[in-house]
Design a protein around this ligand. Structure first.
Ligand SMILES: Cc1cc2nc3c(=O)[nH]c(=O)nc-3n(C[C@H](O)[C@H](O)[C@H](O)COP(=O)(O)OP(=O)(O)OC[C@H]3O[C@@H](n4cnc5c(N)ncnc54)[C@H](O)[C@@H]3O)c2cc1C
Ligand code: SF4
Length: 448
């Protein structure tokens, strides 16, 4: 197997970071300088979906889009797998990982980590300066969103405007956040990746990591495929940030078993026909209602719009509320292949039904005909939990079953589902993991 040619700063130890999404970009940026970092990313450079709404409607109406997995034909940066219970799993594959597909929601959600004794205050404070988030977008809400917000307030649901990592001055309210922002208004982790590269980190795209090579109890590098070639990337430190589905698969292939505790935060949209709703032309998820075990937010669901037969209507005439569930930690990712073993438990189904009933009530109060309400495709895009940290690992942030110089920096470490947008929390944790790795190897940053 060919070793990867080294061209880095001489004298620095080498770190491999796998994945360039929320966790990978945050870790790479932190490590570069103390290490010569190489980021290995399975996807290519991110390209947004440029197809206009008119063309999307045509493709759909011509019935050319029959299976969600076909999305990669028109949008290679979005990958879809099918799991049990008809669940459709969505993730990003390209520079920026899934952050390029995000709705731009920026919430701090570290309660379960804090319970373990992990203090991320410093990291969140830093992120607040570097990734500005704003709730000052009420002025650009549509009439339908304002009305929904009022109804939720009247029902005592305490809705709050969602903090958005979006530069509102540059935002055109095009509603295409999850297809990639055409105007550079939405923050995604490519910004951290660029900063890491500006400091000297290298990025290899189209590089799919197969396994971590472990010798004498230490990680000595990773094996990967790049353009059909098998390559070995030597390393002094390996950080896995391939996401909640990618990282456990790499660990399993490396002979390190994970735990069958996969959560995914299932999403279900409850929708109704409503002329002039224009949800596809405004910020997605403009406000959020937090309930025990789930959240509710207005959302135009492109996945259902493109692939679900019930959604074959003009985009501007659909009004939808999204449910995002904090599901049970119950499921697993195979080491090979794309099938996932993830099913909803009876308790998950109970909570989903409760949330659906609440959404129906809100829509009926809004004025829709109860008989016209229809559901979206059950999908999920916040995977994690398969190597959960314990309180014994709160200081080291290093799961005991890993070799000393192998770390994980993504939602795989979360002890339970957040049921909420995780990007900020993943980045705060990844940054702290990188710091823990540096402290552990006693590497000192060179003087500026
Ligand atoms: C449609 C959608 C909207 C969302 N909106 C929001 C939001 O508004 N706010 C929020 O906080 N969260 C949102 N999320 C969730 C959020 O984007 C993800 O949870 C987050 O990006 C996960 O970060 P990560 O670093 O763990 O993984 P990712 O960002 O998924 O990055 C993992 C990277 O690793 C790469 N990779 C995987 N396997 C390998 C391998 N074997 N070798 C090399 N590279 C590999 C992948 O290609 C990918 O680029 C959304 C998710 C979806 C699907
Ligand atoms: S609404 Fe459009 S312009 Fe605004 S952040 Fe989202 S994609 Fe970018």
């Amino acid at each position: 197997m060919k070793p990867f040619e080294e061209k880095g700063k001489p004298g620095l130890p080498r770190a491999i970071v796998v994945g360039s999404g929320a966790g990978g970009a945050a870790a790479a940026r932190e490590l570069q300088g103390s290490y010569q970092v190489t980021v290995l990313e399975a996807g290519r450079e991110f390209r947004r979906l440029g197809l206009s709404m008119r063309w999307m409607e045509r493709l759909r109406n011509w019935r050319l889009l029959v299976d969600e997995r076909m999305i990669r034909l028109i949008f290679p940066a979005m990958r879809i797998r099918r799991g049990g219970d008809g669940l459709v799993h969505v993730n990003g594959a390209g520079t920026g990982g899934t952050t390029t597909l995000s709705a731009g929601n920026a919430l701090r959600m570290d309660g379960s980590l804090r319970e373990l004794g992990i203090d991320l205050d410093r990291e969140f404070e830093e992120l607040a300066r570097e990734v500005p988030a704003s709730t000052a977008h009420r002025r650009i809400w549509s009439a339908a969103t304002r009305r929904l917000f009022e109804l939720c307030e009247q029902a005592g649901l305490a809705p709050t405007p969602t903090p958005k990592m979006i530069d509102l001055e540059r935002c055109h309210c095009c509603g295409r956040c999850v297809l990639g922002c055409p105007y550079g208004a939405k923050w995604d982790s490519r910004r951290f990746l660029d900063e890491a590269q500006a400091k000297g980190a290298r990025l290899v795209t189209g590089c799919s990591v197969r396994e971590v090579v472990i010798r004498g109890g230490r990680a000595v590098g990773v094996r990967a495929r790049v353009g059909g070639r098998a390559l070995f990337f030597p390393a002094d430190l390996v950080v896995l940030s391939a996401g909640g589905l990618g990282t456990p698969a790499i660990l399993e292939r490396s002979g390190i078993p994970c735990e069958p505790r996969l959560f995914v935060d299932p999403v279900l949209c409850v929708a109704a026909p409503w002329p002039g709703s224009r949800q596809h032309h405004e910020l997605p998820t403009p406000f959020v209602v937090q309930r025990p075990g789930y959240i509710i937010s207005p959302y135009f669901d492109y996945l259902s719009f493109l692939f679900n037969r019930r959604w074959r209507r003009p985009a501007g005439r659909v009004l939808a509320l999204m449910i995002k569930l904090a599901d049970s930690e119950n499921g697993s990712v195979p080491a090979r292949g794309s099938g996932l073993d993830k099913r909803l438990t009876a308790e998950d189904r109970r909570r989903l039904a409760e949330a659906e009933a609440l959404c129906r009530q809100i829509l009926v109060r809004f004025g829709v005909d109860p008989a016209s309400i229809f559901l979206g495709t059950l999908n999920a895009g916040h995977p994690g939990g398969m190597l959960p940290l314990t309180s014994a690992e709160a200081a080291s942030l290093h799961p005991a079953r890993l070799p000393a110089n192998l770390y994980v920096a993504d939602a795989t470490l979360f002890p339970r589902s957040l049921g909420n947008p995780p990007i900020l929390t993943i980045m705060a944790l990844a940054r702290k993991v990188a710091r823990a790795a540096m402290a552990c190897s006693a590497v000192r940053r060179p003087a500026a």
